[in-house]
Design a binder for this molecule. Structure first.
Ligand code: HEM
Length: 227
């Protein structure tokens, strides 16, 4: 079987969704670590220097474009798998017992993933687009000029609806990753009684709770400081 044929099968698509999902998990850790500089009481110096480094480093820019392709592949294949599964079982079970094999989180994957995708599209338009194509105000640190992306973020989060949007987006992120992280390990057959406890712990506590709260704190703190 050719690779192209393999990735057209359900198992091939599932493997690609798992691999791209784990790559995106590693991205959220790095992204949160960088964004926490927004909470430093330094008028944005650390964040603007970090943002300039990210946008001028060739390797990081290459990975950043790959990231967008990975998000697209992950979303398209996950939608295809969801519709394929539904088509294979067009009539819903008369009683959906919320049974032993499928948790509530696993049944909400498509909905939470969609909320997250809508969030990411709005987010890219608001921040990433501004950073690369917007007319940013310059700011000078140690005689060097930087784009003041910090100011764009601060202004965005003085609006309550933006803060609410981010908190809803992070609830979507939390529910999506609580199931998604451990599901990727299952897809690769890497679940084993010995490690399942650790995989569940990391999935729930790191990706389901700490990281979404870490992201959500940023708009909430900026908003309350601004009023
Ligand atoms: C409070 C939360 C967040 C803030 C303040 C924030 C801020 C930013 C900023 C300023 C940028 C443009 C600069 C850059 O490219 O690094 C950006 C890009 C991006 N953000 Fe966020 N972000 C947040 C949460 C998230 C979350 C939860 C996700 C995904 C689940 C996400 C996905 C992305 C992606 C994919 C990019 C484009 C990255 C690139 O091209 O380098 N962000 N974010």
């Amino acid at each position: 079987m050719k690779w192209s044929q393999f990735f057209n099968t359900s198992i091939g698509k599932k493997l690609l969704v798992g691999a791209t999902g784990l790559f995106l998990c590693s991205f959220v850790i790095v992204h949160l670590a960088g964004n926490l500089a927004l909470l430093k009481e330094d008028e944005g110096e650390a964040f603007n220097i970090y943002a300039a480094f990210m946008s001028h480093n060739g390797l990081i820019q290459f990975i950043a474009w790959g990231l967008k392709v990975v998000i697209l592949i992950h979303a398209i294949l996950a939608f295809q798998l969801t519709f394929r599964n539904r088509a294979a079982r067009p009539v819903k079970y008369a009683i959906n017992p919320g049974n032993q094999t499928s948790s509530w989180f696993s049944r909400q994957m498509a909905i939470m993933g969609s909320i997250l995708l809508i969030f990411v599209i709005i987010h890219l338009k608001d921040f990433w687009y501004w950073m690369h194509y917007g007319d940013l105000r310059p700011v000078t640190y140690n005689g060097e000029e930087y784009n003041n992306l910090y100011l764009v973020v601060q202004e965005a989060f003085t609006q309550l609806w933006m803060v609410i949007l981010y908190v809803i987006g992070m609830i979507g992120l939390s529910f999506h990753l609580i199931h998604g992280f451990k599901s990727a390990f299952q897809t690769f057959g890497l679940n084993h009684v010995k490690y399942n406890g650790l995989i569940n712990f990391v999935g729930v506590w790191l990706f389901g709770i700490l990281i979404p709260i870490g992201f959500a704190i940023i708009p909430v703190v900026i908003y309350f400081k601004s009023i």
